[in-house]
Design a protein around this ligand. Structure first.
Ligand code: NZQ
Ligand code: ZN
Length: 390
């Protein structure tokens, strides 16, 4: 186990009927908020009224900034920053999924500087201060509700980059599983796949051979992502299933799994972000294509690690015969078949992306590999992995 510092400052308020806490929690941080949300879901579900009533009751003035799209765009973040500066806003409230929460964090960071917010994403500027952020999460997936990261697409350059800073953890996040009852089956599946990817990347990229605590935690989170997703697909109103998926997705990327693993990376995300940036593929759908391809490539480097995971999370009957090589191969097939079973794509072809685009996609990913210092990934390596995703 490697040395580590684990400090997650986000207050989580979890459970039934917790949304009315957003007003008092935000009022402690500011008096005039920018309310950031998506396109239509929170209005349709009535959550918009619930949140704005709670904010008004707590005497927090609201400036509206709806319209965040999935795979959120830099232009919309810039427009939010302009509103914050125009109205002297002192707190940002995000109500939505990862796209909304990430936009809110980027607005909170960009509102207190005079340079373009994109400079944070390219590493040209670093965060010194931010506005506080509070959130109501509506979709179990990204983990943004309890981490310091955010991912934004630059509309002009078609780059989808992510960065994080300790000042950008949400102060409070409210997680009411009932709010996720309305998440459609596709985004229920995509969210579970995203949570699996967050854990899988750390599980596979750690170089420490002796991490039993973290391994058991990660194996449990992957197993639960699968089980909870299946419960929610069977019954979208299954409160315990939704609660389980919600908390699993949060724990999958709040820093706990990585504590003690040493240096880990996001190679699958590095490639998937290009699919989302270039083709507007939903993040989880891009990951269900990239995960099997990357694992097949990675098998050459560490098939014992893949076999260990397979042995510990899948029923032995599905894994015969028992050599590491065959188990690793079967493990990848089981993941791929499960993604298909929950109607998530497992090939570039299913996404309608031609193999002829692979060099261009790889070039796009390489730019992010450089920013994230993933030095093991060259243009050729990324192309090799993408060919395994066809
Ligand atoms: O826009 P609306 O109308 O709200 O609809 C949304 C959107 O179309 C809908 N939705 C959300 N909650 C709902 C709902 N529909 C019905 N009922 C509800 N309760 O779902 C659609 C997808 O929402 P989105 O926020 O895009 O999904 P997700 O939470 O998966 O977020 C994806 C974004 O998170 C980023 C991804 O890159 C992607 O941009 N990530 C952020 C990370 C982080 N901050 O740490 C890490 C992740 O790896 C990921 O990269
Ligand atoms: Zn992700």
């Amino acid at each position: 186990m490697q040395n580590f510092v684990f400090h997650n400052p986000t207050k989580i308020i979890f459970g039934r009927d917790t949304v009315p806490n957003i007003g008092p929690e935000t009022a402690e941080l500011g008096r005039r908020c920018l309310l950031v949300y998506g396109r239509s879901s929170i209005r349709k579900t009535g959550l918009y009224d619930q949140v704005t009533t709670s904010l008004a009751d707590a005497e927090v003035e609201i400036i509206d900034h709806g319209g965040v799209q999935s795979n959120p765009l830099l232009d919309h973040v810039r427009a939010g920053i302009a509103k914050v500066k125009e109205h002297s806003i002192d707190v940002v409230v995000a109500v939505g999924g990862g796209s909304v929460l990430d936009s809110a964090k980027a607005i909170a960071a960009g509102s207190v500087v005079n340079h373009d917010v994109w400079k944070f994403f390219t590493g040209k500027k670093s965060v010194k201060s931010t506005l506080p952020v509070t959130t109501v999460l509506t979709l179990a997936a990204a983990g943004s509700e309890m981490n310091s990261g955010m991912v934004i697409t630059n509309n002009e350059t078609k780059e989808k980059f992510g960065f994080g800073h300790r000042l950008l953890y949400p102060k409070t996040s409210i997680l009411d599983p009932k709010v996720t009852f309305t998440v459609p089956p596709d985004y229920t599946a995509f969210g579970a796949i995203d949570a699996i990817a967050h854990v899988l990347e750390f599980y596979m990229t750690t170089r420490d051979p002796d991490t039993p605590v973290q391994d058991c935690l990660m194996e449990g989170l992957i197993k639960n992502s699968i089980n909870a997703c299946e419960r929610c697909l069977k019954d979208p109103l299954d409160y315990e299933g939704r609660a389980s998926l919600l908390w699993t997705a949060t724990l999958a990327l709040n820093g706990l799994t990585a504590a003690g693993l040493g240096r880990v990376g996001f190679p699958m995300h590095m490639i998937e972000h290009s699919l989302s940036a270039l083709y507007n593929v939903p993040h989880g759908a891009g990951l269900s294509v990239v995960i099997p391809g990357w694992l097949t490539w990675y098998r050459k480097h560490n098939e014992a690690r893949i076999a260990q995971l397979g042995r510990r999370i899948f029923p032995p009957a599905d894994l015969q015969p028992y050599t590491d090589g065959r188990i690793a191969e079967r493990t990848i097939i089981i993941f791929k078949n499960w993604f298909s079973r929950i109607d998530s794509p497992v090939s570039l072809e299913e996404l309608g992306i031609p193999a002829a685009d692979i060099p261009m996609i790889a070039e796009n990913s390489l730019a992010l590999a450089r920013v994230w210092r993933l030095t093991d990934y060259s243009q050729e390596t990324i192309e090799e992995i993408l060919h395994l995703c066809r």
